[in-house]
Design a protein around this ligand. Structure first.
Ligand SMILES: [Zn+2]
Length: 269
C-alpha cells in the first residue's frame, strides 16, 4: 500500500534525509509548512542526515516544482514538536502525517508564498488525499501551527490550499514577482547599507565582518536553474545564514533570509 512518492513530483532530491518508521500508524493527516527561506536548496539541505537538525519533510514545493524528499512510506520529522511544553495537539504527529514544505517568495515579516506554489501544493494535497482516502478538509489538512507551537506556515493560507484542492479558484490572480521588491529592513546587519531597496557598493568592512565563513562554511555546490540564487557555499554566522557568491569574479556574501529573489546587490571586493 505504501508508495514512495506522488506521481506529481518533478524530481527527487537524492540526498539522504532524516526519516523513521511509521510504526504501523495509518496516514490520515497532511501538514503544511513554509520554508522560512526563499531558497529551496538551503531549506532542503537542513533535512540532510548529518546536518544535525533532525528535521525533514516529504515534499518541497516551489512555483514550478514538486520535489520528492522523504518517501511517503517513512515518517518525516516535520511536526513532532520541540520538546518541553511544546506538546503536539495530536498523537503520533509525524507517524500519521505527510509533511509538505513550501518555499517563500518573500522574507520576514510577511513570509509570502507564491500563488503558483500554493496551487502546486493544492494539487499534491488532492493527490495524497485520493491515494490514502483522507478527507480533503481542514480537519485533516493542517497548518503546522495547528499541530505544535510555531509561526509556520508564515504567510501561507491553508484554507486556500484546501479550497483549491477541492476545485475552487484562486482567491487572488497569479501576479508576477516585482523585479526589485524592497527588502525587509528589520534584520539587516549594521554592516550592510541598503539604499532604495538595493545594496550599495560596499567596502572591506563587510568581508571582515563575515570573515569566518571560510572556516565554518558548508559546501553547497548548487548551481540552480534560472532565477535562483547561485552560490558555492554558505555559513551560519550569528543569526544569519550567509551565502557566498562569485559574481563577475568578485566575492559576495548575502544573508539568505532577508533578500527575496530579484533584490539587487552591491559587491564587496
Ligand atoms: Zn513547519
Amino acid at each position: 500500500m505504501a508508495r514512495r512518492f506522488s506521481g506529481l513530483i518533478t524530481s527527487e532530491n537524492p540526498n539522504p534525509m532524516y526519516g523513521g518508521g511509521r510504526n504501523d500508524v495509518g496516514i490520515d493527516r497532511i501538514v503544511i509548512h513554509h520554508n522560512a527561506t526563499t531558497n529551496k536548496n538551503i531549506a532542503m539541505s537542513t533535512w540532510y542526515t548529518g546536518s544535525g537538525n533532525w528535521t525533514s519533510a516529504h515534499y518541497e514545493v516551489t512555483p514550478t516544482e514538486i520535489i520528492g524528499c522523504v518517501e511517503e512510506s517513512y515518517a518525516a520529522y516535520h511536526c513532532g514538536g520541540t520538546g518541553g511544553s511544546d506538546v503536539p495537539k495530536m498523537s503520533n504527529p509525524n507517524e500519521r502525517s505527510i509533511g509538505i514544505e513550501n518555499v517563500n517568495s518573500t522574507g520576514a515579516p510577511s513570509w509570502s508564498v507564491d500563488p503558483r506554489t500554493v496551487a502546486n501544493t493544492a494539487k499534491l494535497v488532492r493527490d495524497i488525499c485520493n491515494y490514502y482516502g483522507i478527507p480533503c478538509d481542514r480537519r485533516h489538512v493542517l497548518a503546522h501551527n495547528e499541530v505544535t507551537a510555531t509561526a509556520c506556515p508564515g504567510g501561507l493560507d491553508v484554507d486556500e490550499v484546501v479550497r483549491l484542492a477541492n476545485g475552487g479558484s484562486a482567491a487572488t490572480p497569479v501576479q508576477p514577482v516585482a523585479p526589485n521588491p524592497k527588502p525587509a529592513t528589520s534584520n539587516i546587519p549594521s554592516g550592510f547599507k541598503p539604499e532604495n531597496g538595493t545594496f550599495v557598493n560596499g567596502d572591506t568592512e563587510i568581508m571582515n565582518r563575515v570573515g569566518t565563513p571560510s572556516t565554518s562554511a558548508q559546501q553547497g555546490g548548487y548551481l540552480p536553474p534560472n532565477g535562483e540564487w547561485v552560490y558555492d557555499s554558505w555559513a551560519k554566522v550569528g543569526n544569519y545564514t550567509w551565502i557566498h557568491h562569485v559574481y563577475n569574479g568578485q566575492h559576495i556574501y548575502l544573508p539568505v533570509r532577508e533578500w527575496p529573489r530579484g533584490t539587487a546587490w552591491g559587491t564587496f571586493k
